[in-house]
Design a protein around this ligand. Sequence first.
Ligand SMILES: Cc1cc2nc3c(=O)[nH]c(=O)nc-3n(C[C@H](O)[C@H](O)[C@H](O)COP(=O)(O)OP(=O)(O)OC[C@H]3O[C@@H](n4cnc5c(N)ncnc54)[C@H](O)[C@@H]3O)c2cc1C
Length: 310
Amino acid sequence: MKNIKELIIVGAGIAGVSAAVYAKRSGLDFLIFEPSAVGGQLLSMQAIDNYVGLGLEAKASQMAENLAQTLKDLDIHPVNEKVAKISHQDEILNIDTDKGIYQAKVVIAATGASFTRLGLEQEAEFTGKGISYCAVCDGFFFKGKDVAVVGGGNTAVEEALYLSQIARKVTLVHRRDKLRALEYLQKQLLAKDNVEIIYNSIVVKPQGQQFLESVLIEDVLTKNKRRLDLNGLFIAIGISPATEVFKELVSLDDKGFIITDEEMKSSLDLIWACGDCRRRPLKQLITAASEGAVAAISVYKYLKGYYISV
Ligand SMILES: Cc1cc2nc3c(=O)[nH]c(=O)nc-3n(C[C@H](O)[C@H](O)[C@H](O)COP(=O)(O)OP(=O)(O)OC[C@H]3O[C@@H](n4cnc5c(N)ncnc54)[C@H](O)[C@@H]3O)c2cc1C
């Protein structure tokens, strides 16, 4: 194959688009692959309140459109194909998509992640209208209100702790008889006087007119159901990175997120990663965008021979 690209970016969420913008401005010869519309998770969100400079309640769909427009304005045209397999031979990566075969010197993984849903009927309907998967993103909307968090691991307890500073009352609903979170997190949670933990229980039904008003919870031992009045339900039962195609090539953490250094380089020099597919402390739009920029500029330096890892 003759046309070996300098770079292939996999995914056109905000991280991939940001990487593409910086790659273009650096003059790299690259492609960006995206099987869906440009925007990634932005397409399943309503408002964005925490992206500096955008103002409050910025429309997520508008931001996704702006990202697509930015690509067009820069004459970047995403290849509408899903990357299915990546392998490498010497210093060249072979990238198989659902429609073709490509080669590149470097790949930036910007494949994102998805929150695990409870799988309830009407869960999608109430998402953005009371149901959320991210306290840092949406907690602000529930100032002085009553919320519940579903889950019992570190994330659920961290979400509950975060929300306890904002909401009037936080109820943690956990399906087992004890939490799985680290001891120090549990201690902090138990010390909060506006937090209640309901063990051995699952949420079985969200209820409300236009917005969420209550949930039905079921005791898994007795099968008794009861209504919990609330304004917000935060589901914190897991987030899965879309790193299947990278798992044989680079080091992942125990949850499958790609481990990188500060320049976004993975354990393999040829693969870099940014955004939600990467192990990082804060999964947000603003961090994904900044990591995309860092990844592209670091790749540029690597390809031009003056990359030094800090
Ligand atoms: C409901 C909801 C509300 C949120 N609210 C906020 C908020 O208010 N503020 C905030 O900052 N953050 C919020 N977030 C988090 C934020 O959306 C993410 O951190 C951010 O979108 C991550 O961007 P990304 O580009 O890394 O990944 P993604 O947006 O997940 O994009 C990844 C892209 O890669 C593509 N892809 C995956 N696999 C392949 C493959 N094999 N081949 C080619 N393409 C592939 C996908 O189709 C997708 O388009 C929210 C998330 C959700 C779900």
